[in-house]
Design a protein around this ligand. Structure first.
Ligand code: ADP
Length: 314
């Protein structure tokens, strides 16, 4: 086994998606063909985004995921390598295509998106078993919900059993989330709309996020972080009955796509590198990293490297 000789900082079990983005004056109607003015391909998928942000901050990372045996899959593997992410556990299936998101953006910035999860849905127990030596020696494991929820839950359980710290990001949110997800999450980290769906009441400000965080915490996780866009985040911990609001440094946002994934990737890096740091301080630093990502266009293209950031963050 090549890669378990030295323990990993962060292992992500999750999704890879290729974004196919067309910019057009408006969205086409059913049966209509229109001309757009710009096309680009981007690397996305929540799991991969989080892994790449952690790697760019200096974490030793590996991705456990599945792509297709196709051009997009080959390209994605190269993207991981270019970012220093270990790819020993990136499987390629000939049965399904690499996950893809076809995105059309109109001149008002509105979009229409079709996501085909494809090979992401084929990631299962077999792949987890293969990655088990690496999972069990990692410092932090991160999961989301863009793969089969049962695979995510199994990965989190394996990590917990082996004393690996877990971060669970219930995104995209599902209303009937298996309650075991709370019990296997050291840090349960979601945004406002995901929190809203899970608790069933509005989460639109700091006060409501505090209440939602308390409610989620009661379901059995170690700590809860709810991200609040330009308002930063709230942190709720089991040891303390009060929630803490962690505001960000105000910035000029140009594109907030993927900000939540940048935040989680940064959080994973801090949990792995500074295990004794208090969670509020990690959240404060993750705010700075994600705050940097919103100042540039794109998803992974906007994620900062360690050298782009103030030395105080390390
Ligand atoms: P998501 O991308 O899941 O919707 P959020 O919008 O809550 O997530 O953003 C995640 C994090 O990104 C926030 O907690 C904050 O640290 C940072 N962030 C997002 N938008 C802004 C903004 N306009 N100004 C500063 N920081 C931001």
């Amino acid at each position: 086994m090549i890669m378990t000789e030295e323990a990993l900082d962060v292992i992500v079990v999750g999704s890879c998606m290729t974004d196919l983005v067309s910019q057009a004056p408006r969205l086409p109607k059913a049966g209509e063909t229109i001309h757009g003015h710009k096309f680009f391909i981007g690397f996305g998928g929540k799991g991969a985004n989080q892994c790449i942000q952690a790697a760019r901050l200096g974490a030793k990372t590996a991705m456990v995921c599945k792509v297709g045996k196709d051009f997009f899959g080959d390209n994605y593997i190269q993207n991981f390598k270019d970012n220093g992410v270990h790819t020993d556990f990136v499987g390629q299936s000939s049965g399904s295509a690499t996950g893809a998101a076809s995105i059309i953006v109109n001149s008002a910035g509105e979009n229409a998106i079709v996501i085909v999860a494809g090979a992401n849905m084929l990631l299962g127990s077999e792949e987890l078993q293969k990655a088990l030596p690496a999972i069990s020696h990692a410092k932090v494991l991160v999961c989301q919900l863009e793969i089969s929820p049962q695979t995510s839950l199994q990965a989190l359980r394996l990590a917990q059993k082996n004393g690996v710290k877990t971060i669970f990001n219930p995104a995209p949110a599902i209303p009937d989330l298996d309650p075991d997800f709370y019990r296997v999450s050291d840090v349960f980290c979601c945004n406002e709309s995901e929190a809203e769906l899970l608790v069933g009441s509005p989460v639109a400000n700091v006060e409501e996020a505090n209440q939602a965080g308390q409610e989620l915490l009661k379901r059995g996780c170690g700590s809860v972080i709810i991200t609040l866009g330009s308002q930063g985040c709230v942190v709720v911990k089991t040891q303390e009955s009060i929630s803490k609001h962690v505001p960000p440094t105000p910035v000029m946002a140009v594109d907030t796509t993927g900000a939540g994934d940048s935040f989680i990737g940064a959080l994973a890096f801090y949990m792995a590198h500074y295990p004794t740091m208090i969670l509020e301080e990690m959240a404060h630093r993750a705010n700075q990293v994600a705050g940097r990502s919103v100042q540039a266009a794109g998803t992974q293209t906007s994620y900062p490297f360690r050298d782009d950031l103030s030395a105080e963050l390390f």
